[in-house]
Design a protein around this ligand. Structure first.
Ligand SMILES: NC(=O)c1ccc[n+]([C@@H]2O[C@H](COP(=O)([O-])OP(=O)(O)OC[C@H]3O[C@@H](n4cnc5c(N)ncnc54)[C@H](O)[C@@H]3O)[C@@H](O)[C@H]2O)c1
Length: 332
């Protein structure tokens, strides 16, 4: 397959490109990424010529059209992704997530190319903390809280409409919170790890009661690959690994892995409109496509992630001070 991977220099996209090159050498991979602050050409550098990086924007219609014309399938990861940034200034989220997805859709429509659209469980809003057995399914109504989630929800609806109205061959997936190598240091888990590695203290929003459903990025990507290969056109697949943890629990696990006292952190002001709990019911994906996560020992996968950040300081260190300055400005 000739794959066009949008956002392939970001966290999940770069991991997808790495695993595709390693496990599907028969594929050719072209990455389209505008290298925003979240994109990293260095994340693809270890692959050498095995993947081609085109630096460009998904809102650039002629460029997207040209690249889509040379592809058998598009895996669409590119997006603005950080909730805190969307609260501070939502404009780039509307442009990249909505106009960008529209541009990709028009190109795949014109060229008759298969599309997989990567989205998030945040489109569903949040769940009450009390009953962990209540989880999102593909039938859960959309109820986004943040500008990030609202623009991802809008992009999903565009994809569904292009399937229905124009017969575009697209699948969608909504995944829970990812962790693993190459995640930007602004995000919760890498922020804590790199705070501790740089002599700063770990930081927890509010009381840390908010619950996220964690999945290792490699498991997310095997699910994307399974959907690309066997998913039904027009279908939405929810991806999750049955790993609900409160932020406090995750932080204490990390502190333990890194040899710190479980209370060795600061509470910082909570995120506006902070969603209480996300949880995915992945039964449909497991039953229909036979997918299952393999990184199911959360503490072990977290320890491996800590090792990766320890070993790859040259990748993240140049980003760290600016990210912490931004958080400090917001009192976080
Ligand atoms: N991180 C998670 O936990 C998570 C969970 C579920 C779904 N998702 C979805 O997965 C996708 C990838 O997320 P991520 O965490 O890797 O994000 P990321 O922020 O690490 O990477 C996004 C990439 O997209 C690129 N990009 C942004 N705007 C662009 C534009 N206009 N044109 C071209 N490239 C552009 C950036 O340069 C960056 O390389 C997103 O669509 C996100 O909504 C993420």
């Amino acid at each position: 397959m000739r794959l066009l991977v949008t956002g392939g220099a970001g966290f999940i996209g770069a991991n997808f490109v790495h695993s595709t090159v390693a496990e599907h050498p028969e594929d050719t991979v072209t990455v389209l990424d505008s290298l925003t602050y979240a994109g990293s050409a260095e994340a693809l550098a270890p692959l050498g010529d095995a993947a081609t990086l085109v630096v460009g924007d998904i809102t650039d219609a002629p460029l997207v059209d040209e690249l889509v014309a040379g592809a058998d399938a598009v895996v669409h990861f590119a997006a603005e992704t950080h909730v805190d940034n969307s609260l501070a200034d939502p404009s780039a989220f509307v442009t990249s997530n909505l106009v960008g997805t529209f541009t990709v859709l028009e190109a795949v429509r014109r060229r008759g190319v298969r599309l997989h659209h990567v989205s998030t469980d945040e489109v569903y809003g949040d769940l009450p903390l009390e009953d962990p057995t209540v989880r999102f399914t593909a039938d859960t109504p959309y109820n986004p809280s943040s500008p990030y989630a609202a623009t991802k929800a809008g992009s999903d609806l565009l994809v569904r409409a292009w399937v229905r109205s124009y017969g575009v061959a697209a699948t969608l997936s909504n995944c829970s919170n990812n962790f693993g190598p190459y995640q930007h240091v602004e995000k919760f888990i890498p922020r804590q790890i790199t705070n501790l590695l740089t002599g700063r203290r770990a930081k927890l929003y509010g009381t840390g009661a908010n619950v996220r459903d964690w999945i290792h990025v490699a498991d997310h990507n095997t699910a994307v690959r399974a959907i690309l290969a066997g998913g039904r056109v027009g279908q939405t697949y929810l991806i999750g690994a049955d790993c609900q943890r409160s932020n406090l629990d995750v932080l204490r696990t990390l502190l333990g892995i890194m040899g710190r006292d479980p209370d060795d952190f600061d509470h910082v002001s909570d995120r506006a409109g902070h969603d209480l709990r996300y949880a995915i019911d992945p039964t449909a994906l497991r039953d229909e496509l036979g997918w299952a996560p393999v990184h199911t020992d959360f503490a072990a996968a977290l320890a491996a992630t800590v090792h990766w950040y320890r070993d790859n300081e040259a990748w993240w260190a140049p980003l760290k001070d600016a990210v912490e300055a931004g958080y400090a400005k917001r009192g976080q």
